[in-house]
Design a protein around this ligand. Structure first.
Ligand code: AMP
Length: 471
């Protein structure tokens, strides 16, 4: 199917998605939409965010809705408030030309009374987080006894977040005759258990997983002793001054520890994990989205609601429990045609796992040596010098201060002056990396990087240099 017209979706839906710029169905849409339009059979899809899965289940669910009937006909369950809002927004856009369509989001951390009021008006499609959905059912405010389909979106995350009991309670309230659709980035044992218990002879499809291990992503691993993992993170950040990335950790505790150390060491970092309140999470995500924060240390679950496209680096503080999680994490970089770097920090016994991931997902890892102190100092120094060379000097503003500044610095020779200015910014790195060890495990020579012939530049006057440094 290479055209949405072939789907036989309602013309008003087609009109909406055409306006949104959808031309060709994504692979998961090409498989899912015809199935849902023609059959009431259950469906399992392995699909990550970014594959177009929301439209895959959303478009047919809208098409199949009986507008005259105000009862809830589709229930979508998803793990977080952010995802819940995102799905609701997407479905709202898809159905914006359909009169009488009512789509409602129900999630925790917001007034339940307002949601109850909206439910009274009737919503044919309800998108909810498991906790709030369960609450509303218990209070008899949400009636799901007539739903025609249930969508379990990001099923793996819902289970990881401990929603199994809630899901069971909710599913028990749905009618026997219905279609169940399950979307999950990974098919862990727990997800398979759910599919066995609650699904009937489902059709299984995978959404071009290979696309996720994007061509634009370079996969790198560093091999160090476990105790040096943090030092690797520091060095990666130090050698990449413009870094914008996520450090993934396995547990909340580890996440907090790494983030606290980074903040303590003066890095522009913060943390995102399940112990934060919704308000704190929103605040951190907001700062990261608009790049006030360079590094976010997060657990997989907490980072789910974060839709940031242009990360330069994804760093795996350690190997994830599941190989697919690695691919999922690395897919957060190298998006929208940009290049990205995905890094894993491992110790010797874990090389086997790296080979396993390579084979399973047809990707190649390059082992790199952790940058030496000398590499980092050089990189930082050249970045600083580049900045000084290229900074725009505001002659008008700075002019008034120059006589005093010359007077104060006149005792310094040109070479001395350069050293002083560079050192004000640079001493932090010089002193930290003065006696830095080689932390690579098998002790490759860490020489200090490639030497490049530098072109001789014309000698600048002292006045010129001071103006650059001050801007
Ligand atoms: P999702 O995986 O559902 O989060 O979708 C990822 C992004 O792809 C969203 O911004 C969608 O609006 C967009 N999208 C989904 N399907 C298509 C399509 N067929 N053509 C273009 N963009 C799409």
């Amino acid at each position: 199917m290479d055209n949405f017209k072939q789907t036989r979706l309602h013309p008003d839906i087609l009109k909406a998605i055409t306006k949104m710029g959808f031309e060709t169905p994504t692979p998961i849409q090409a498989k899912t939409i015809p199935h849902l339009m023609a059959s009431a059979h259950d469906l399992i899809a392995t699909a990550q965010t970014g594959t177009g899965k929301t439209a895959a289940f959303g478009l047919p669910s809208i098409h199949l809705t009986d507008i005259e009937d105000r009862r809830t006909q589709t229930l979508v369950l998803c793990p977080t408030r952010e995802l819940c809002m995102q799905i609701t927004k997407d479905l709202g856009n898809f159905s914006k030309y359909i009169n009488g369509m009512n789509i409602l989001a129900v999630y925790g951390g917001a007034s339940i009374q307002a949601q109850i009021k909206s439910l009274k008006k009737g919503a044919q499609i309800v998108i909810g987080t498991p906790g709030r959905t369960k609450d509303l059912i218990k209070r008899k405010r949400l009636d799901i006894s007539h739903v025609a389909r249930v969508v379990l979106d990001e099923a793996d995350e819902m289970l990881t977040m401990g929603f199994k009991k809630d899901l069971e309670m909710i599913l028990a309230q749905t009618p026997q005759e219905k279609q169940t659709l399950l979307f999950s980035a990974t098919m862990s044992k727990r997800v398979v258990e759910i599919t066995k218990s609650y699904m009937n002879n489902p059709l299984e499809i995978a959404a071009a997983r290979m696309n996720i291990a994007a061509e634009n992503v370079q996969h790198i691993y560093y091999m160090v002793n476990a105790k040096d993992r943090y030092e690797v993170i520091k060095r990666i950040i130090d050698i990449n001054p413009g870094i914008y990335g996520i450090v993934f950790c396995r547990t909340r505790r580890e996440t907090k520890e790494v983030a606290n150390k980074l903040m303590h060491d003066g890095y522009n970092a913060d943390t995102l994990h399940g112990d934060l309140s919704q308000m704190q999470r929103d605040e951190v995500m907001g700062r990261f989205r608009n790049r006030q924060l360079q590094i976010l240390v997060a657990t997989d679950v907490a980072a789910r609601g974060l839709d940031v496209d242009d990360l330069s680096h994804v760093i795996n503080f350690n190997l994830p429990d599941d190989d697919e999680i690695y691919v999922h994490r690395s897919g957060r970089t190298g998006r929208a045609g940009k290049k990205g770097i995905s890094i894993i920090i491992i110790h010797t016994r874990e090389v086997r796992k790296i080979r396993e991931i390579e084979k399973k997902f047809s990707i190649t890892f390059i082992r790199e040596t952790v940058p030496s102190g000398l590499d980092i100092c050089k990189k930082r120094l050249y970045t600083l010098i580049g900045k000084v060379e290229n900074v725009e000097v505001d002659e008008q503003q700075i002019g008034q201060f120059m006589p005093d500044i010359y007077k104060k610095l006149e005792w310094l020779e040109r070479e001395e002056l350069i050293k002083h200015f560079v050192s004000t910014e640079f001493n932090r790195y010089l002193s930290y990396y003065k006696n830095a060890r080689d932390i690579n495990i098998s002790g490759d020579s860490m020489g200090g990087g490639k030497k490049q012939a530098r072109k001789a530049k014309p000698r600048r006057s002292t006045e010129y240099l001071i103006r650059r440094f001050l801007c």
